[in-house]
Design a binder for this molecule. Structure first.
Ligand code: NAP
Length: 199
């Protein structure tokens, strides 16, 4: 996901640094994406306006706890999917992220159900793309993430407060099951909310 989001945002003119625990080892993996830098986590976060956490879910809270001071004041995007780590869906994974951060200010849950293969995929029409669903309690931060979704050619869909991210977490589990049943597990499928009066 980090590579595909980075690829799309570089193309849209943003400056992107991919954070890694082993930056020297992955540089060759991203060499094809001109302009995408790679650095250790602290260097990648330093000076960033927006930080996207694109690690497996169990690594998210430890990451936020370790870099909390640096993350405060950024727009922090949690794209992680908890799956069986949170089977009851009473709280969203992103709400645990907010607890680790000590605030929901700046925090946005997004891109959870946008398969990596669909982030930059070509479609016959923009309306064929899945929405980027966005949940959060900070309207200004959500507006930043909505603009970043548009930069990728996707329609942002405001799904309300951060607590609603628990519903998105559940949708991802269903989406994987549907993809397996109906699309040979290509992970090229997605959700789009239809019937909106404003398109
Ligand atoms: N794949 C999708 O289609 C998709 C779609 C939407 C959302 N998501 C969510 O986005 C997140 C990333 O998905 P992905 O498929 O890109 O994951 P991934 O390839 O499995 O992992 C992404 C990177 O996280 C780093 N990482 C792994 N374990 C870590 C740890 N314990 N601590 C810190 N960093 C660690 C690794 O980078 P380094 O080794 O370079 O540090 C790894 O390459 C997940 O939470 C996933 O649920 C995925």
């Amino acid at each position: 996901m980090a590579r595909e989001l980075g690829r799309g945002w570089i193309r849209a003119g943003h400056s992107v640094t991919l954070g890694s625990r082993r930056p020297s080892e992955i540089s060759h993996d991203i060499a094809e994406i001109r302009g995408l830098r790679v650095a250790d986590f602290a260097s990648a976060i330093s000076g960033a306006e927006v930080v996207v956490i694109a690690t497996p879910y169990p690594a998210v809270v430890p990451f936020v706890e370790e870099y909390r001071e640096m993350l405060l004041g950024t727009v922090l995007v949690d794209i992680s999917n908890p799956f069986d780590n949170l089977p009851s869906n009473e709280l969203a994974g992103a709400e645990y992220t907010a607890r680790a951060l000590g605030t929901a200010n700046g925090l946005v849950a997004a891109f959870k159900d946008n398969f990596a293969a669909t982030v930059n995929a070509a479609y016959p029409a923009d309306s064929d793309r899945g929405d980027v669903k966005i949940a959060g309690d900070d309207e200004a931060a959500k507006a930043v993430v909505a603009a970043l979704a548009r930069d990728l050619g996707h329609r942002p869909l405001d799904c309300g407060p951060l607590h609603n991210a628990r519903l998105l977490d559940g949708m991802v589990t269903l989406m994987l099951d549907l993809d397996r049943r109906h699309a040979d597990f290509t992970m090229e499928t997605g959700w789009r909310f239809v019937g909106l009066t404003n398109g």
